[in-house]
Design a binder for this molecule. Structure first.
Ligand code: DX5
Ligand code: ZN
Length: 219
């Protein structure tokens, strides 16, 4: 089943609680939590305090995307009862295998994200340790950028790699996902589609989630 994960980065932060409830009730599978440190990427978003302020609400589980240097320092802060995945960037981890074990030691699932310029071959030695691979289809840092077209081939290649290795990690795609390209991205092999501006930029984010769900053959 294809899944949808709205990125709260594009939400109206003055109404964050209301908006995450709206997209959750509309059937979102995850809330995608984009954490940026102004060092690994040229932007700063929010930290664990903001995410944890949503803990008391009945929302979809968290899919945490850490776009930060040396993420081991902060993994623990992002683990709550609602955290399902914590994803780190391959490019930010000198000891990736150790970092993935660190994530799992908290009882949550581990993800590795690859920037558009990073080769899939960098995953070869961690395929046993990942529950999810996140393919960045924009250069991370900002919402609302255009989808980088060669990501489609990269997604398809990752799906082949997964089959060849006999693994079952999920493939997530993040950046520039719209109503126009979502079916192609899903067909290429994406299991989870992240959408920020395409969801929260809509007049009704809840209805937009439902439109995505229909396009993805659900609901
Ligand atoms: C980019 C973030 C994305 C972003 C997606 O650095 O990781 O999750 O919020 O936003 P859209 O869907 O607007 O490209
Ligand atoms: Zn993201």
């Amino acid at each position: 089943m294809k899944m949808i994960a709205p990125s709260i980065l594009s939400a109206d932060f003055s109404r964050l609680g209301e908006q995450v409830l709206e997209v959750s009730r509309a059937g979102s599978d995850f809330l995608h939590i984009d954490v940026m440190d102004g060092a690994f990427v040229p932007n700063i978003t929010f930290g664990a305090t903001v995410m944890k302020s949503l803990d008391k609400l009945d929302t979809a589980p968290y899919d945490v995307h850490l776009m930060i240097e040396d993420p081991d320092r902060f993994i623990m802060d992002f683990v709550t009862e609602k955290t399902e995945y914590v994803t780190v960037h391959q490019e930010a981890c000198v000891h990736l295998n150790r970092t993935l074990s660190h994530i799992k030691s908290f009882g949550v699932k581990s993800g590795v994200a690859l920037n558009p310029a990073t080769s899939l071959t960098t995953l070869e030695n961690v395929l046993d340790d990942v529950d999810m691979v996140l393919i960045m289809s924009v250069n991370p840092g900002f919402g609302g950028q255009s989808f980088i077209e060669n990501s489609i081939a990269k997604i398809a290649k990752l799906k082949e790699m997964r089959e060849a290795a006999g693994k079952d990690f999920l493939i997530e795609v993040d950046g520039g996902v719209t109503l126009d390209n979502t079916v192609r991205i899903a067909q290429a092999g994406a299991d989870i589609l992240v959408a920020g501006s395409a969801v929260f930029g809509a007049d009704s984010p809840g209805e937009r989630v439902m439109t995505f769900s229909k396009l993805l053959g659900r609901a």
